[in-house]
Design a protein around this ligand. Sequence first.
Ligand SMILES: C[S@@+](CC[C@H](N)C(=O)[O-])C[C@H]1O[C@@H](n2cnc3c(N)ncnc32)[C@H](O)[C@@H]1O
Length: 197
Amino acid sequence: MNRWDEEYKTGAHWETDRPSSHMNCLKKYLFPHCLILDAGCGSGKDVIFLSKQGYVAFGIDISKEAIKKAKEKINRERLNITLDVGRLESLPYKDGFFDIVYSGYVLHHTNISSSIPEISRVLKTNGIFYCVMFEDIKYQAASKFDESIDRQALFELLEKNFTFIEKPVFDSYDEEDQHGKHSHKRIRVVCKKVEPE
Ligand SMILES: C[S@@+](CC[C@H](N)C(=O)[O-])C[C@H]1O[C@@H](n2cnc3c(N)ncnc32)[C@H](O)[C@@H]1O
């Protein structure tokens, strides 16, 4: 069983019924009937929130267990959400399909040289990519869950595929989960897909 399925089997610490605070910041980019993808939707808190707000919501996640849990919730609530098990590096959607892609705390777990162009591919021209992710996760005692990404490589890829419509936000905070105390460096970007010249 992969790391993610294990986390979802036992109950991952980010699983709540409350939508992410980023849904509030995303609001200004949403419009009636827009097609929105939650890329790395986990067990569904944000994709369910978006569907309940009346948007045409899709979710994808690498974890079968997460999608199973999300499907149980959407069936209980009789919502119409398309959910897929899959990777951000190879998205099962047509070119230019979505108006908006939201991704919360996922991109640093992917191979960004594939996932960023894929997200751009499935967005319409002028479509919005709203992404919050970690640049760095460091446990107090070194851990297999420590992660870091190359900020320069990330921004080069983003600039190649998008234009920024908000100034990127960088912050950091400490947290404790079942694996111990750790610090996060976080990045939030909001960008728009532009046609290549
Ligand atoms: C920290 S969780 C965040 C889940 C959800 N977006 C949220 O904010 O609650 C990270 C998620 O990324 C998913 N994930 C990791 N690598 C992925 C990949 N390559 N493609 C798609 N999903 C991936 C995991 O299964 C997990 O659900």
